[in-house]
Ligand binder design. Sequence first.
Ligand code: SF4
Length: 318
Amino acid sequence: MELIFKVYRHDPTAGTKPALESYPVSLPDGATVLDGLLQIRDRHDGGLAFRAACGRGFCGECTLRINRSGKLACITRVAQVAKDGEVTVEPVRNITVLKDLVYDVDELLWQKIAWVEPWLRPATAQPDGGYVIPDAELEPIRKAMSCYYCGLCDEGCSVIPFDRRFSGPAALTKAFRVVFDPRDGAARERLKRLGEPRGMWDCVHCYEANEHCPRGIDPTDRIFDLRDKAVELGVKSGTANPQVARHYDSFAASVRQSGWLDEGRLALETWGLGRLGELLPMAWRALRRGKLPVPYLHRKRPGAEWIRRIFDKVEKRS
Ligand code: SF4
């Protein structure tokens, strides 16, 4: 197979601008994008920098953007991704590039994972003979334990392009793994921390993380699990963002009372009268488009009574 690889080249220390360089490659059927990069390094430029380790999709080292989509280079077959005989290879987005396809993984992953304190904090001293955990108790976290920190979920995340400080789905998956570990005794403190700005409530549930995860961990759902656990333990927000808890309570109260969301009330109760001024420009724009919901003038939906009963049932059960 004769192809052109367009590869992102950049050496920040040389002061040059980033550019896509084209290289002809000749690969057998079934070759991967990593095979192509190795060939370029062998035949065209020994200075091309990229990361790779296991070559089998186990280690997550070769996460790259291939034809504008996050993938592992070692298991992505060129035949599947080539378009018009071309394959474009770039580093992941929203990250500091160190050289060519090598980017700062510390910034992408490790600092964020450290923030979620990815170690167990057992409630009791380890018993003689160690902790014996029945397999069934570990079952809910088994999938999350198989995360190999490839960062593909962060690459696909919709929030990180707007706020690089967001802890992101990979770190929150790690948080899920320790919060739900039966040996851990610090769930409440952890969830309080995860409820602070840049934590679990900043996820906009676009489900891109689920789409991108090659391990089928469904990181978006794991973030929901963390939120549900936080609500169950009465930790609806951190200390720096009490509006999260108010938003949650107002949302639930509105749906419970009327069967649907009173958006005007939600805005008022979330932000409070003190920050009403900040909402005025948005309210003015909504008014001009005939979309300004008037708080509390909100009719009940047909069937609202049934929705209220669902709330009652759930509350009774919990
Ligand atoms: S959750 Fe999935 S996509 Fe995210 S880092 Fe782990 S294995 Fe990669």
